[in-house]
Design a protein around this ligand. Sequence first.
Ligand code: FAD
Ligand code: DHB
Length: 408
Amino acid sequence: MRTTVGIIGGGPAGLLLARLLHRAGIDSVVLESRDRAYVEHRQRAGILEQGTVDVLRAAGAGERLDREGLRHDGIELRFDGRRHRVDFPGATGGRSVMVYAQTEVCKDLIALQLKEGGPLLFEAQALAVEGADGDRPRIPFRHQGREDVLECDYAVGCDGFWGVTRGAFPPALSRVFERTYPYAWLGILADVAPSHDELVYARHDRGFALLSMRPPVTRHQPSREVAPLPIESFVSRLYLQVPAGTDAEEWTDDEIWSELERRFETEDDWRLERGPITQKSVTPMRSFVHEPMRHGRLFLAGDAAHIVPPTGAKGLNLAVGDVATLARALAHRKETGSPELLDAYSATCLRRVWQAERFSWDMTTMLHPAPDATPFDARLQLARLERIASCRAAETDLAEAYTGFPLG
Ligand code: FAD
Ligand code: DHB
């Protein structure tokens, strides 16, 4: 099999790259190790920066996003029983974010790719990348029990943190920067209307909690009358700080709701609504950067190159930034013959990546009490939150980072 750009991984990074290349007249093949249903239902991110929304629209994948996504103009910080709203447009000159699930982004991109893009092979597992420093990289892969090879001009590793492509970098070239955290997130989806119309990030001595949501789902309930009845079901997404290594099944639904109630407690009469929990899982927290993001004709994009702890909602947005930068560089090469933008790819992305690493670390350490935290540490966290609540410059810094750094 032969193509111009061989893409390993059909998560948001790989799917969007294939789409952007198709729009630029560059052919590609996507190899995805899992099946379609798995990719479309893997619960993850929910917050899209304005720049991410713009890229998806420009890729022709903005139609359902614009119809169903929820524009959010702020978040609430909750600490010491107090509530402080950060107003995004006011602080940033008009920027906001969009609530639209990663599962839906993937569904939209898969549908477009299968309709009018190049091959997207599910259950196709890349085994390695060979010859990255030559003219024609090769990607051996296994598909439906058969071994095959994808030959390409460029290979792109969009295969997430656990993929194979980082391993194709010579050890002498690779530099890894990493931090793990002694806590994780227990995330749930619940069939209940969100108890607040914006996200709530809560710091409590018992641990961090986050209230988020998904756009309402419209279901058509069969009725005895002529037309089925459309029913809007509301979905809450909530997260709870738990010790690293926790098994989600250790927590009963009742224990989850009780703990969320305690961590979201306020001085006023705000209340958390409970509902049936439909999904429950634990996410580990990690900061990780692999430098450089390019070796010869092999490029890394998204979680294959970097991981942030989820507190700043940056992971998916960084993946989109990488592939938008790469697609532009490949199109520039095709149109002008110049490798200038491809040569700059790693440095261009890493500038943005490190800003997101800094912000995600900042949000995480400000809001999560560590297991060995002292009373001094707790006071410092409160002082950092108080600073944002009382100083316009500090609040603007948070709002600018949360709504997104320019693609550069
Ligand atoms: P992935 O989504 O991991 O996709 C990689 C793909 O490669 C997978 O489909 C995998 O099956 C495939 N693959 C792996 N190995 C191979 C192989 N050998 N051959 C072929 N295919 C392979 N980010 C945000 O921006 N905002 C948020 O609000 C947010 N919240 C999050 C909440 C949670 C609970 C979690 C877990 C993450 C969150 N993130 C968030 C992060 C975000 O989900 C990731 O950064 C994003 O999925 C990265 O996309 P990706 O395409 O780079 O990698
Ligand atoms: C969601 C996830 C995040 O990591 C975050 O910071 C905000 C919202 C979410 O899944 O809705």
